[in-house]
Write a protein that binds this ligand. Structure first.
Ligand SMILES: Cc1cc2nc3c(=O)[nH]c(=O)nc-3n(C[C@H](O)[C@H](O)[C@H](O)COP(=O)(O)OP(=O)(O)OC[C@H]3O[C@@H](n4cnc5c(N)ncnc54)[C@H](O)[C@@H]3O)c2cc1C
Length: 364
């Protein structure tokens, strides 16, 4: 079996890893040709359980995704710079909101052992973890929440499999030859399009329309001022009404991310957005100023009309699989989607209706 995997983001990398585990003799050629991809820019949070989203399919996928991510991190002993089960804190400005979160957590943990545990966390304890925090709010700690660096995750898997597959740093173009679809003129038994926001563009080469849209995401990495400190094992902090604060292993904090639906594939780091992210940082961290912004990241995610991801065999094209639309929770759903695509290689009839709508919803 000769498979072309187009895309080396979190979906493509996990798919390749899963297939090579199950079928080491398969010939895999992976294409990766775009700058500003979502996984490269991302730094993220894996904690879907207290989300208010009503989409049950998305929740099933994200819940299983958090669990699968933990399993592979353990199995391959991923270092903390790649994946770290840090816990996540949500702060709220009154007790009713905290009670509501605790009630939701109590309900959700029944089907989500990966949450591990949850509890109310008082402001004094939050201040021990983040000695700079200005808020007096209390919160909820979910112990099984984790943080992941998307790019490092992909690099880790690529390195692990480097002698087992071929990675071509080139853009792939699809074309037709009779009933066959070719990749850069070459024939494969299976083509997997793990191309994120570029699905519309890639499929248009063969006259198919994907209803995906680009969403720009930016975040900043800041050094902390004066006596402010954050421990490398600190949880992710999600203060009410503010951006998310993700500790790194170097004592810095990532603050983000934006969700910009009107910027197309633009990758300019915008001053206005940096100021906006910094302003959120300044409300939480006194004395933070612009000179402490050490780094910025920008990338393009794919999203769909109902903000849900989709994946599976392309209708009427048993030789092509696609996955896209992962949006702002793609670090959580991406690895499990990569694994499920590998399951579909083994058994194309598998039922995914609990996890995603039919592909015809997103592909015309
Ligand atoms: C700033 C930011 C913060 C984020 N934070 C979080 C978070 O906290 N939690 C969370 O769960 N998610 C988060 N996300 C979302 C997550 O990063 C994405 O949803 C996910 O990485 C998408 O993965 P993907 O593999 O589908 O796409 P991508 O990572 O975009 O990968 C697409 C791949 O396809 C390749 N490609 C495309 N077209 C072609 C072609 N024609 N030929 C060759 N190669 C091609 C590209 O080179 C790339 O390798 C964040 C995203 C951003 C941008």
């Amino acid at each position: 079996m000769k498979i072309a995997v187009i895309g080396n983001g979190i979906v493509g990398a996990t798919f390749v890893n899963e297939i090579l585990e199950r079928f080491p003799a398969y010939q895999i050629v992976q294409f990766d040709g775009i700058k500003g991809t979502a996984t490269t820019a991302s730094a993220g949070i894996i904690a879907p359980w207290l989300s208010k989203r009503r989409n049950k399919k998305w929740y099933n996928l994200a819940r299983q995704g958090a669990e699968y991510m933990y399993q592979i991190a353990e199995k391959y002993r991923m270092p903390p710079a790649v994946y770290f089960k840090s816990g996540v804190i949500y702060t709220r400005d009154n007790n009713e909101k905290i009670s509501a979160l605790l009630t939701l957590a109590k309900d959700r943990i029944k089907d989500a052992p990966q949450m591990e545990g949850f509890r109310r966390i008082d402001n004094a304890e939050i201040k021990q973890l983040f000695n700079f925090i200005q808020t007096e709010n209390n919160g909820v700690l979910v112990e099984g929440g984790a943080r992941i660096d998307g790019q490092k995750f992909v690099e880790f898997l690529n390195q692990r499999n480097q002698t087992k597959f071929e990675l071509r740093n080139e853009r792939a173009v699809l074309s037709k030859n009779g009933t066959d679809t070719l990749v850069n003129g070459e024939k494969f038994d299976l083509i997997v399009l793990a191309v994120g926001a570029w699905l519309k563009d890639t499929l248009s080469d063969i006259g198919i329309e994907a209803l995906t849209r680009p969403q720009k995401g930016q975040l900043i990495e800041v050094e902390l001022p004066g006596q402010a400190q954050v421990n490398a094992s600190a949880p992710v902090l999600m203060p009410e009404g503010e951006r998310d604060f993700i500790p790194t292993n170097q004592g810095t904090l990532l603050i983000g991310a934006t969700h910009e639906n009107d910027q197309g594939f633009d990758l300019t780091v915008s001053d206005q957005i940096i100021d906006d992210l910094l302003a959120s940082g300044q409300r939480v961290i006194p004395n933070l100023d612009k000179s402490m912004v050490k780094n910025t990241r920008v990338g393009t995610r794919a999203y769909t009309e109902d903000f849900a991801p989709f994946f599976g065999y392309l209708p009427n094209h048993p030789q092509i699989m696609v996955a896209s639309g992962l949006g702002s929770s793609g670090l959580t759903t991406g690895p499990i989607i990569g694994k499920l695509l590998a399951d579909l290689v083994e058994n194309p009839e598998l039922d995914m209706t609990d996890l995603t709508k039919p592909l015809t919803t997103y592909i015309k």
